[in-house]
Design a protein around this ligand. Sequence first.
Ligand code: 4AD
Ligand code: MG
Length: 439
Amino acid sequence: MPAKIDSLGNWRRTHYSKDIKPSEEGKEATVFGWVSGIRNQGGIVFIIITDKDGVAQITVHKNKISKEVLSRVESLSDHASIAVKGKIKAMDKAPNGAEIIPDGVKVLALPQKTPPFTLYAKTLPSIDKRFEIRAVDLRRPEALAIFRIREKALETIRGFLKDHGYYEVNTPKIIATATEGGAALFPLLYYDKEAFLTQSPQLFKEQLVMPFEKVFEIAPAYRAEQSRTLHHLSEFLSIDVEEAFVDYKDIMNTIEKMIAKLHASISKECNKELETLGTKVPSIEKIPRMTYDAILELLKGKDAQVEWGDDLTSELLDKIAEELPSYYFVIDWPTKSKPFYIKPSSNPEISESFDLMHGSLEIASGGTRLSSKKELINRLKEKGLKPKGFEYHLAVFDYGMPPHAGFGLGFERLLMVLTNQKNIREVSVFPRDQFRLTP
Ligand code: 4AD
Ligand code: MG
């Protein structure tokens, strides 16, 4: 006999799972969720349901319940969507110390297929297999833990920036010219003109220090990355900050405080999630600053082949990470290795720039910006870019652009660190890469 599907009718939630606790003993509750575990122990069936906040235990005493409710209980399997009405009872061994003794159950949806992975499996099918049904994959406790941490991290960073007086802005994602060099742009048709998806809000945020002084934006950025790595997405969440009347050292101080605050709040408020992921978030106070030159010395001490001016390849970064496994800044990069808007220092070969690293992973880049139009035009030419293409940007520099500095941070990369993930795709709900455009 096919199992019966009930309608929602007039049942509405009275409690979330987190509210099923000993202090509510004796109260009537209606809870909703999906079945994430069933255990049949002779005369008792334990059903675990998961809702947006966590899990609750439904304890069914077979001989104390109507045949009708029992037949519904017996039709359940993992992922079934259900509603339960019953009484809350304190119970030491249950999640949050209480369970629900049901007198009514509604079956709202039953799975028609079994996913190619179980919720608590230690070994999983390939990421591509799981991502075909990503929303179901996201029901695994590890995935839920990652996204609860993601949410908390975003809230903490936004709160930190607001508390420090930054304005939140939103800038266009459809743009006319490249900001970070031409290679990795996605072109698109904008009416009858060629346009691009933005790689970074860099130029907009610089302009916005004129009216707002301190700005930040949290928004997607797009890069047509040609290689498939474990730390590149085609669409990532960029946390961008720009500030007038400061230089790159002040900006690094701000990042240091932000990372310290982030680590403190995740380790305090995401205990359960970190435990589910089998990881810890250490407390951070100071982030060491290493000059590019000092990094080259370190590399030479490890027999690496590297010349002054070279970029730090992934092989070199792996060697550095052996000595510096946590956060560190690489500062004072060769001017020629940085974009046109970065300010050279008193020695023009070296720039007022930094990368925030964690082991071999680049988390953020930033620096002091050029605020003189003349110098910007020179740097554009040196980089082989046409100043004419940037006229719309350079125009405002005629009206008293203050000195300013800032950074752009890859939020998913930071989350990889916090949640101890090796593949950036695990920290994005629907990742985009060279080979993935669905779901
Ligand atoms: O280092 P990037 O290219 O710097 C900028 O966009 C500058 N406008 C920042 C600035 O204010 N000077 O990008 C910033 C960060 C990187 O450090 C990295 O963490 C992240 O964005 N990122 C990516 N994350 C995931 N997938 C990709 N394809 C990424 N490309 C950059
Ligand atoms: Mg960078």
